[in-house]
Ligand binder design. Structure first.
Ligand SMILES: Nc1ncnc2c1ncn2[C@@H]1O[C@H](COP(=O)(O)OP(=O)(O)OP(=O)(O)O)[C@@H](O)[C@H]1O
Length: 271
């Protein structure tokens, strides 16, 4: 049974029922068990962080959530159904979009064109129908353009819309990547280390944008992040991984006071 109850967080935010339920997930690469029998859920409207020391299995877990990796054991339930193996475009059609740890943009293309790429999954007309029914294609183009312009305004990147991405500083590239993911109008947004490599000011901007996306569009967000201050400020609930296992799961306060988590971060030896 999936939990459909809503609850209110300590800071007064309402979190909905389960969107994704990860059940007893085990993922192996040859002899390496990157994820060992982990279960947790992601609920409608929340910001859910996955944290843990290097090599804990966070990226592997994000790739399971995104459908890129299929675990050898366990099930991923998405919106009330077990999710079969999917191609990347099918994941996008299910309303899931992501950003990457190492920025994955087309450096020679403008910001606008990169963000337009986020609409590819929403383009239904093919070349033939564009040729015989130009009106439909034109309408679709106008709609896609309107969504992209809204995202560009929202993330305050109007001034660089024509600039080739390769010329932008790192923090802005990360913001363009977020824009491209948002252009897909996802209901579940996955962020892989959104603050990595940023200075303090860039991190503050990115934190504000993540909170605004969640607040204004109601987008559910799952993220991996190394900066503990950022994670604790942004997240409603945090899963903590260590050596492929889940060692903590709860509100930032619960996780902060969890002895296993404290030990993992202090590097206490395992039995
Ligand atoms: N494609 C792969 N092939 C083989 N082993 C892998 C692969 N991806 C991850 N691993 C191994 O799985 C384990 C977990 O790696 P993962 O990248 O998921 O951890 P992480 O918590 O994201 O680490 P980091 O914080 O350093 O990015 C590591 O031992 C890693 O070497």
């Amino acid at each position: 049974m999936l939990d459909t109850d809503t609850f209110t967080t300590p800071d007064g935010r309402t979190i909905g029922g389960t969107v994704m339920d990860l059940r007893n997930i085990t993922l192996r690469f040859g002899g390496v068990e990157a994820i060992k029998d982990i279960s947790f859920d992601i609920r409608e409207g929340e910001i859910r962080a996955i944290i843990g020391p290097n090599g804990a299995g966070k990226s592997s877990m994000l790739n399971v959530i995104s459908g890129f990796y299929v675990p050898q054991e366990g099930e991923v339930w998405y919106r009330g159904k077990p999710r079969p193996q999917m191609k990347p475009y099918e994941v996008a059609q299910q309303g899931i979009a992501r950003t990457f740890q190492n920025i994955a943009l087309f450096e020679g293309m403008s910001v606008l064109d990169n963000v337009m790429c986020g609409r590819l999954g929403h383009m239904n007309t093919n070349i033939l129908s564009q040729a015989i029914w130009w009106g439909k294609a034109a309408k679709e183009e106008t709609e896609n353009r309107a969504v992209v312009e809204r995202v560009i305004d929202f993330l305050e990147i109007q001034a660089i819309r024509k600039t080739p991405v390769g010329r932008l500083p790192y923090g802005l590239k990360k913001r363009v990547e977020l824009a491209r993911a948002l252009a897909a109008q996802p209901s579940l947004l996955l962020l892989d280390e959104p603050m990595a490599g940023m200075n303090v000011e860039e991190k503050e901007d990115m934190s504000r944008f993540i909170l605004d996306v969640n607040d204004e569009f109601g987008t559910t967000i799952a993220l991996i992040e190394h900066d503990m201050g950022v994670v604790m400020d942004l997240s409603d609930r945090v899963v903590v991984m260590d050596y492929g296992r889940k060692i903590g799961d709860g509100t930032p306060d619960e996780v902060r006071n969890n002895q296993d988590v404290i030990d993992a971060y202090l590097g206490v030896a395992h039995d």
